[in-house]
Design a protein around this ligand. Structure first.
Ligand SMILES: [Zn+2]
Length: 208
């Protein structure tokens, strides 16, 4: 009898050529960004160039809310990528539950990059995940001129012992109005000011 095995050669080739984090069904991405630029945008993390000495927190690209991000009881949160680039020097500071736990420096016109190994994970700090935690990244402009740049943190939110989140509270970029909407919402027309803010959506289990 001839047994024909499935041909996985395409999947293997893709694994070698496309950098892709394989999410489990109880995992979703959380991404936080800040981009300073002179161009306007309906994405809430795109702001005017930061001024010397200014400090800002990264913004949740699914909701428009500024960090700190609250990790609910029963969820783990693991940072898998840190990326930054700017026309001016800046310092990034990382906080867990409001306590500074590390910092990093971005050199002008270069790229700062860390990925996947040994980055901050809430269960290293609270293995039982029995209380709520907060996680935040701030960046402070250390240079002399308005900064064009981007900072990005990518993390995995992992459901350990609770229900999956299916809604989110979004913030209108233009008037600050907040409203609870389905997690899938990417285009939000504000009932107060009529303006539209754009968001990302990262499904549980990732995109197939
Ligand atoms: Zn509004």
């Amino acid at each position: 009898m001839v047994v024909t095995l499935p041909d996985y050669s395409l999947q293997i080739l893709r694994a070698y050529t496309i950098k892709k984090y394989q999410l489990g069904t109880d995992e979703k991405f959380k991404i936080f960004m800040l981009t300073g630029d002179t161009e306007s945008s309906d994405f809430p993390w795109v702001i005017p160039p930061m001024e010397p000495g200014e400090t800002r927190y990264l913004i949740d690209v699914e909701t428009g809310l500024e960090m700190p991000f609250t990790i609910p009881v029963g969820y783990d949160f693991e940072v898998i990528k840190i990326w930054g680039s700017s026309s001016e020097p800046y310092i990034g500071r990382e906080y867990v539950d409001g306590n500074l736990d590390s910092n990093l420096h971005v050199v002008p016109f270069d790229v700062y990059f860390e990925q996947e190994i040994g980055l901050t994970k809430i269960s290293d700090f609270d293995p039982t995940l029995s209380t709520e935690h907060t996680y935040a990244i701030s960046i402070t402009h250390l240079g002399d001129e308005p900064a064009l740049g981007t900072a990005l943190i990518e993390a995995v939110l992992r459901k350990v012992h609770t229900e999956k989140i299916t809604t989110k509270v979004v913030r209108c970029k233009y008037c600050g109005h907040q409203e609870e909407v389905p997690l899938e919402t990417t285009r939000y027309k504000c009932p107060k000011c009529g303006m539209t803010t754009l968001f990302m959506y990262y499904p549980w289990g990732g995109r197939k």
